[in-house]
Design a protein around this ligand. Structure first.
Ligand SMILES: [Zn+2]
Length: 53
C-alpha cells in the first residue's frame, strides 16, 4: 500500500498566553513547524506525505 511507512503527525505545544505552536514530525525524519493554526500544520503534514518533501 502506498505511503504506509510514511506518516506525519501533528503535535501542538502551548507557548503560554493562549498561544500554541503546531509542528509536525514524519516517520521519515522530516519535520516542519511553527504553524499558527493546527489546520495549517495538518495540511502541511498531509502535503508532505503525498509529496515526500
Ligand atoms: Zn516523510
Amino acid at each position: 500500500m502506498f505511503g504506509t511507512s510514511h506518516r506525519a503527525y501533528v503535535s501542538s505545544q502551548g507557548r503560554g498566553y493562549g498561544r500554541y505552536s503546531h509542528t509536525w514530525t514524519c516517520s521519515c525524519g522530516t519535520r516542519g513547524g511553527n504553524y499558527s493554526s493546527r489546520s495549517d500544520a495538518e495540511a502541511a503534514a498531509s502535503k508532505h506525505e503525498k509529496n515526500r518533501r
